[in-house]
Design a protein around this ligand. Structure first.
Ligand SMILES: C[S@@+](CC[C@H](N)C(=O)[O-])C[C@H]1O[C@@H](n2cnc3c(N)ncnc32)[C@H](O)[C@@H]1O
Length: 206
């Protein structure tokens, strides 16, 4: 999928579906928040949510007092939905419309979070571009929390093929600069009543 059709796909999803009409909706991203806590993040930590879409992770981080939160997504419509929901609180967040595989980070972050974005990168060149951005954007000693469909999870999401991972597979992809600290599995209940098996892994950048 080229960059333009990728962006068109996600713009279309967020322009035509409500928050609870997408399979990945979560009222509260509990596993992500647990691992962000396990990483030792504090309200002073800078956090970037990669492909955050309209996720409520940003709401939870703001409620916990995090003051340096960035949400990046390829879809402007997704970020608009999140901004609208947050109202005046949205001004405290940095919003970036970009494809993570082409984005040039301009600062380093303490924590990188990604739920269900990396798994869409089915081309090796895109995965390498993702890992290069992760290496640039995360400070040495910083942490990454990456959630993807698990090895026994669905083969497709939002009509697109995905690559499924376990912690070891993700560690192999990220390479020796990233130390695997924890892996959890999660059975996500979709708003439509289905179950999707995820894995979430926590890494520390050496
Ligand atoms: C399955 S949704 C997950 C959204 C959010 N992380 C959550 O947990 O609710 C995938 C998200 O990744 C975004 N996305 C897909 N490919 C991307 C890319 N190459 N760069 C940045 N964002 C991307 C989509 O717009 C969408 O918001």
């Amino acid at each position: 999928m080229n960059d333009l059709s990728r962006q068109a796909h996600w713009q279309n999803v967020y322009s035509t579906r409500g928050e609870r009409e997408v399979s990945w909706f979560q009222e509260r991203p509990a596993v992500s928040l647990d691992l962000i806590r396990a990483a030792g993040a504090t309200p002073a930590s800078s956090v970037i949510d990669i492909g955050g879409g309209a996720s409520r992770l940003v709401d939870a981080l703001l409620a916990d007092g995090f003051g340096a939160v960035t949400v990046l997504d390829i879809s402007e419509a997704a970020l608009s939905a999140a901004r609208q929901r947050l109202g005046s609180k949205a001004a405290a967040v940095t919003w970036i419309v970009a494809d993570v595989t082409a984005w040039e980070p301009t600062q380093v972050y303490d924590l990188w979070h990604d739920r269900a974005v990396l798994h869409f990168l089915t081309d090796a060149a895109d995965r390498a571009a993702y890992v290069a951005r992760l290496g640039k954007a995360l400070r040495p000693g910083g942490h990454a929390v990456i959630g993807t469909f698990a090895l026994d999870g669905p083969e497709r999401c939002s009509g697109l093929p995905v690559v499924r991972y376990d912690g070891k597979g993700l560690a192999d992809l990220l390479g020796p600069n990233f130390m695997l600290i924890d892996t959890r599995t999660d059975a996500h209940q979709t708003p439509m009543g289905g179950v999707q098996r995820f894995q979430f892994s926590l890494f520390r950048r050496r």
